[in-house]
Design a protein around this ligand. Structure first.
Ligand SMILES: NC(=O)C1=CN([C@@H]2O[C@H](COP(=O)(O)OP(=O)(O)OC[C@H]3O[C@@H](n4cnc5c(N)ncnc54)[C@H](OP(=O)(O)O)[C@@H]3O)[C@@H](O)[C@H]2O)[C@@H](O)CC1
Ligand SMILES: Nc1ncnc2c1ncn2[C@@H]1O[C@H](COP(=O)(O)OP(=O)(O)OP(=O)(O)O)[C@@H](O)[C@H]1O
Ligand SMILES: [Mg+2]
Length: 368
């Protein structure tokens, strides 16, 4: 199978799949053709040969994509129109991960960022930032008696669901933990999000959950999975029933995305690889040699914002917004990591990278 052959394949894909609701204006057509160029044209490709097939991933023109989907700062737009993101995560052990994801969404340009976490994680997350709207609604097994579980679960799911229609994207998993009762409640939240047609980025412990319950995301085109090395290995073993094959990385990634019904997968690594089963793009912009924890959390919050922006009416309807969101998020994180490393060197931390998100986007899409 050949992936992303540039103009011709992208044009035919645009006939086969339509992803948003853009009106057919001259401006839209201009953006459409530039996005086609950005995804396919002029960028270099790598070939991977396996027995019987040749696979190709194309380095995306991430800068053009960022420019194409980032909205202008228009005084006529009201609060909320630049994005309302919700992170489902945060438990006794992990309070940093949901904070990193949620604050990154705001630093990039979302208007509102919510965190739904356990009761004991909430005051800690609130104390990191007054900007976040923190809901202490999730419960772990230790705090719920066996006979109360059904009732508590229904209450937890209802607490999130009453907000659901307002969210442009959910990020499920950063710092969620693996408590079985909590994960059961989160399964129901994913089902509700899907029912409401809200895009869902699944990361961290959310991937542990969906790898063991693939039906939660199977066939949902607005689902994005962002596995790291370990999480990807577990997905490949579970879905493809084999080991990770780096000699045919794009082919295997495309098969995995297809087998899960056309979800989009962003495989994190030295280069990030992105596929929805139809095309495979890479983002290899130089990032940082520091591998401090939390960079994946920045990425999940960033993908959520860009994917929401990629679904706006002014963006071409012919490209999968989940793929555009992944490319933009990956590129911006890597650029910010590189900037942070320039000054912080070995002491670079995730919070330093978050501080560079604004400047990184400003360099590409100036605010005015
Ligand atoms: N500040 C916070 O609150 C943060 C909280 N976080 C949250 O933690 C939760 C669990 O997420 P996770 O990423 O620690 O779990 P997972 O992927 O199973 O890794 C476990 C172990 O696998 C290894 N390992 C990792 N990468 C590898 C590689 N490339 N190649 C080879 N091995 C590799 C490595 O093992 P080691 O080398 O230490 O033996 C690593 O320790 C999740 O909710 C997440 O959101 C994080 O977001 C960070 C910031
Ligand atoms: N070897 C590498 N070289 C350069 N960049 C990398 C490398 N590995 C990961 N990255 C970058 O760091 C980002 C986060 O990937 P990583 O594998 O650290 O995620 P993670 O383990 O989920 O992080 P977290 O600690 O937040 O859970 C990726 O998007 C990628 O751009
Ligand atoms: Mg992670």
């Amino acid at each position: 199978m050949l992936v992303n052959h540039g103009m011709n394949q992208l044009t035919s894909l645009s006939i086969a799949r339509s992803y948003s609701f853009a009106p057919s204006t001259a401006a839209v057509l201009r953006r459409q053709s530039f996005l086609i160029r950005a995804l396919g044209g002029g960028s270099h490709s790598k070939f991977h040969s396996t027995a019987g097939s040749t696979m190709q991933e194309t380095e995306a023109d991430a800068v053009s994509i960022l420019r194409g989907i980032t909205p202008t700062l228009d005084p006529n737009r009201h609060k909320g129109q630049a994005g309302k993101i919700a992170v489902i995560g945060g438990c006794r052990e992990y309070t940093g991960a949901p904070y990193f994801a949620a604050i990154s969404a705001l630093k990039i340009g979302a208007d509102l960022s919510h965190v739904f976490c356990t009761k004991d994680a909430a005051p800690v997350i609130k104390s990191y930032s007054p900007e976040l709207i923190v809901h202490p609604v999730l419960e772990e097994s230790y705090s719920v008696r066996e006979e109360e579980r059904k009732q508590v679960s229904a209450k937890v799911v209802a607490e999130v669901d009453k907000w659901m229609e307002r969210f442009d994207c959910l990020v499920v998993g950063p710092g969620l933990g693996r408590d079985p009762f909590l994960l059961d409640c989160v399964s129901e939240i994913i089902k509700q999000g899907r029912h409401s047609n809200v895009p869902i980025v699944v990361d961290g412990d959310g991937l542990f959950l969906v790898t063991n319950s693939l039906d939660l995301v199977h066939g949902y085109p607005l689902a994005v999975l962002t596995p790291n090395v370990n999480e990807y290995k577990r997905l490949v073993q579970k879905v493809l029933k084999c080991e990770v094959d780096d000699a045919d990385a794009p082919g295997q990634l495309a098969s995995l995305a297809k087998q899960i019904g056309g979800v989009t997968i962003l495989r994190k690594g030295r280069s990030d690889l992105i596929s929805d089963g139809d095309i495979v793009n890479s983002v290899s912009i130089y990032g940082s040699p520091r591998r401090c924890g939390g960079q994946g959390d920045i990425l999940s919050g960033s993908v959520a914002v860009f994917l929401s922006w990629a679904r706006q009416p002014f963006v071409a309807a012919d490209r999968n917004p989940t793929v555009l969101g992944c490319i933009a998020g990956s590129a911006l994180l890597r650029k910010a990591a590189s900037l942070a490393f320039e000054t912080r060197k070995r002491s670079t931390l995730t919070t330093d990278i978050i501080e560079c998100l604004g400047r990184s986007l400003e360099d590409i899409c100036p605010a005015c």
